[in-house]
Design a protein around this ligand. Structure first.
Ligand code: HEM
Length: 302
């Protein structure tokens, strides 16, 4: 179900770009409505399952609920005390928002980052050296190490600059009349930002088509103003930013620390992008993975 949902979400609707062509999307509209009904049945079953579990397991201890239970159970518990706000539809919305927002974005960033590293072995070696200098060979990389691995963070930033998972961010609607770049925007207009163009603009980035993580050295996080906004900006920006950068850092860092990563042949990894709402690779990455001899003992224990 998740795969189908992400596929439908990723298909661009021409009517969103050129509203008078909405009718070209009629078939998609029909598919989305059919899917929404199917998805409703599955989500309702999941919700009932968790309601039953809550009844059996209780859960009056408010604090441990927040820390220990799955999110859906936390929301169902809140529904008991605030039913007018935590309606079933709101809970569905929160769960779907998290599923859609979190899964493809982080996975795609990791795939682009690994592809870039394979095509730039000198960057891969520098990242490996940073990890080995900081951690050594006696233990695995941990979350607390990430703050001490600035070059790894630069690699993630440079990947998000060149291949932002949401290249047009997410459509927003102006709640009031406003002016953007000298243009009058009436209230209720759908606004889309071509983030890819901003992050790859040669007027604001030196040599933007080159993969150069060093350009982010000395920059805290990815915060260098509006020329870099892979997680959006302002109060509706991505709430998962911290989690995403940690998961991506831990995954890419651990793979780099423990394995020799190699291309499957002598050709460069194909970096062609596929059409769609998300910036996906046209050809999925294939990679040869071999445990590093110095890490063999630890890899064996995994
Ligand atoms: C590389 C990974 C990720 C990227 C690039 C990314 C990017 C974005 C962007 C561009 C937006 C829209 C911001 C806007 O409206 O202008 C967004 C929204 C959102 N993201 Fe992420 N995201 C990532 C990972 C995650 C993760 C891991 C989670 C959750 C665990 C998450 C949850 C959400 C949610 C719930 C929203 C909607 C927020 C709202 O509408 O107020 N994202 N994300």
């Amino acid at each position: 179900m998740l795969a189908k949902m992400l596929r439908l979400f990723n298909d661009a609707c021409i009517g969103d770009m050129v509203p008078c062509l909405w009718w070209l999307d009629w078939w998609k509209d029909r598919e989305l409505k059919r899917f929404e009904a199917e998805r409703g049945v599955v989500l309702r079953e999941v919700m009932e399952e968790h309601r039953e579990k809550l009844k059996v397991e209780g859960g009056d201890d408010g604090k441990s609920m927040v820390v220990m239970k799955p999110l859906i159970q936390v929301l169902l518990k809140l529904q008991e005390s605030e039913p007018e706000y935590y309606k079933d539809d709101i809970i569905f919305g929160i769960i779907l928002d998290l599923l859609i927002g979190s899964s493809d974005t982080s996975a795609e960033t990791m795939e682009w980052a690994l592809s870039l590293l394979l095509n730039h072995p000198q960057v891969l070696n520098k990242a490996k050296a940073e990890i080995n200098n900081h951690i050594g060979y006696e233990r695995l990389l941990e979350e607390s190490d990430l703050n001490h691995l600035p070059y790894l963070r630069c690699i993630i930033n440079e990947t998000l600059r060149m291949y932002p998972p949401a290249p047009n961010l997410v459509p927003h609607e102006s709640s009031e009349d406003c002016t953007v770049g000298g243009y009058h925007i009436p209230r209720g207009t759908m606004l889309q930002i071509n983030l890819w163009a901003i992050q790859n603009d040669p007027k604001i980035w030196d040599d933007p088509t080159s993969f150069r993580p060093e350009r982010f050295e000395g920059v805290e996080g990815h915060k260098i103003g509006y020329k870099m906004m892979p997680f959006g900006s302002g109060r509706r920006s991505c709430p998962g930013e911290g989690l995403a950068t940690r998961i991506i850092g831990l995954t890419i860092g651990s793979l780099t620390q423990c394995f020799e990563l190699e291309k499957v042949d002598h050709n460069l990894v194909d970096m062609t992008t596929a059409p769609g709402f998300n910036l996906q690779k046209a050809k999925p990455l294939k990679i040869l993975v071999r445990p590093c001899s110095a890490m063999m003992k630890l890899v064996d224990q995994m």
